[in-house]
Design a protein around this ligand. Structure first.
Ligand SMILES: [Zn+2]
Length: 494
């Protein structure tokens, strides 16, 4: 495999903080009948499998050891059939995401994961996962499996945390930067690391969801939607906006938990509209960039925007439409951030501390290309549909050969630093926290809502139990447009 494969976006070692010494590995996943027969158990086992199977470089094979004859609960995932034996269906889902898995029946290292209590199979590393209501657990110590309601949030939290610990072990996280956890519970209602399971409010039998605009159906947006899929009692209306012209690509699949190989090339927003047809979640898809959508469909903007975009240009465009509320979920390396913005004077906005990237001059782009190896240049040239020899000739004397590469083409190379590093369990966690906050708002008044001086949760996977993984404040930037008299006057008129 070369660039742009399933493992591409998470392969880099992040400046020595990770390495590949223990990969590829074999994973053994197990649970008792009592656990695997529950909806919570199946939500956890499915999302964990979903995330592990996308770690293509790290995991060569996954062996699912579950008792036979456990029927699947309906509505676990659009990626697995709705009826049949749960273990067999997990296998179908895994194959749809990563068909190479299972062809190599070995690995350098073995990781055993048990969902719920019980013995761990022999392995180089063993992990337990558990869930209760809004909270999820991962750690090397066994945790109780509590009778719970069927809230998928705790199950998905546990899946993301456990996939994260498996990844960190397999990529030998450097002890200076991160450590493995013995036992960590995270409560997605209070948005905090807690010392034991927190059930949180019981979900009602029917949940009328807040209508919202979903900006971006990428890694975070698809995890958010997967969680809504697992809530059969939810009815809501969403408008999904995504203008990525290339649609779903193979290098997206390391973290797009709602999509598989069958979806490659499809536009993201239209694809999810189709996927949710017949469910309680009605999606109107717009395969458009936010700016083009707002210009052509100005009446469709909802009071609540769920921002799952991955760049500050798009964040500025969303803020410029002045939505009343924005929940912005984002990731950076192994860190997740969710911020709640409210359109009020003296409150931060989505532009605050999210600067636009500096535009490179032509001379800077040329100097950057000249500093690269000829192999890297050839690869970049092909990516931008430029003949590599023409690029080489041009770079030898750009003034003399200015006719070979136009300014427009040159600017395509301006972002040549490559796609940002990203991995599935981090985006999944961001999507799940966003879904938890969305659910809290749909359920009515809630003392634990993100707002005011506690408008942000940051969570980093390097040390999951660290005290810094808590609710904090995203302040207003005094240099931002939202601090100006112009903005204050504008929001008074909306
Ligand atoms: Zn601002």
């Amino acid at each position: 495999m070369t660039r742009n494969d399933l493992g591409d976006r998470q392969r880099d070692d992040l400046k020595g903080r990770l390495n590949h010494d223990r990969t590829p590995a074999r994973v053994i996943l197990t649970a008792s009948r009592d656990v695997a027969a529950t909806r919570t158990g199946q939500n956890l086992l499915w999302m964990l499998t979903n995330l592990l199977v996308r770690q293509q470089d790290e995991i060569a094979s996954i062996e699912v050891r579950l008792p036979a004859g456990i029927p699947v609960h309906p509505g676990i995932s659009p990626l697995i059939p709705p009826e049949g034996d749960f273990t067999e269906l997990l296998g179908i889902g895994m194959c749809r995401i990563n068909p190479q898995l299972g062809t190599i029946n070995s690995g350098l290292t073995t990781v055993a994961i048990r969902v719920g209590p019980g013995a761990l199979p022999e392995a180089n590393y063993g992990l337990y996962a558990s869930a209760a209501g809004w909270s999820g657990y991962t750690g090397t110590h066994e945790a109780a499996w509590l009778p719970t309601d069927e809230n998928p949030i705790g199950a998905y939290v546990a899946a993301a945390l456990t996939a994260g610990e498996a990844f960190k072990f397999l990529r030998s996280v450097h002890p200076e930067y991160g450590e493995m956890t013995d036992a960590t519970w995270f409560d997605a209602h209070g948005m905090a690391v807690v010392d034991g399971p927190r059930l949180g409010p019981q979900l009602p039998e029917a949940i009328p969801g807040v209508t919202a605009t979903l900006a971006g159906v990428g890694a975070v947006g698809s995890a958010f939607l997967h969680l809504l899929y697992a809530l059969p009692q939810l009815t809501t209306t969403l408008t999904a906006i995504d203008g990525d012209q290339k649609g779903i690509e193979l290098s997206n699949l390391n973290r797009y938990v709602l999509f598989c190989q069958d979806d490659l090339g499809q536009p993201k927003a239209s694809r999810v509209q189709k996927m949710f047809e017949g469910s309680g979640v009605t999606i109107t898809s717009r395969d458009l960039l936010w700016q083009d959508w707002i210009a052509t469909h100005p009446t469709e903007l909802m009071d609540l925007v769920l921002s799952c975009v991955d760049n500050n240009m798009a964040r500025h465009a969303i803020q410029d439409a002045l939505p009343r509320y924005i929940l912005s979920a984002s990731t950076f390396e192994l860190r997740v951030q969710l911020v709640a913005f409210k359109r009020e004077e003296d409150e931060a906005c989505l532009r605050c501390y999210n600067p636009l990237p500096k535009v490179k001059s032509d001379d800077e782009v040329i100097a950057g290309l000249q500093a690269q190896s000829s192999e890297a240049r050839a690869e970049a040239a092909l990516e931008h549909q430029v003949v590599p020899e023409q690029l080489e000739t041009y770079l030898r004397d750009p003034q003399k050969h200015c006719g070979l590469i136009t300014g427009d083409i040159l600017r395509k190379f301006a972002g040549q630093s490559g796609e940002e590093w990203s991995v599935g369990f981090v985006s999944a966690f961001a999507g799940v926290l966003l879904a938890a906050e969305y659910l809290k708002r749909s359920l009515g008044e809630c003392a634990e809502r993100l707002e005011g001086l506690g408008n942000m949760i940051r969570f980093q996977f390097w040390i999951p139990g660290a005290a810094v993984n808590e609710v904090t404040h995203w302040p207003q930037d005094p240099k931002c447009l939202c601090s100006s008299a112009f903005y204050r006057a504008a929001i008074r008129k909306v």
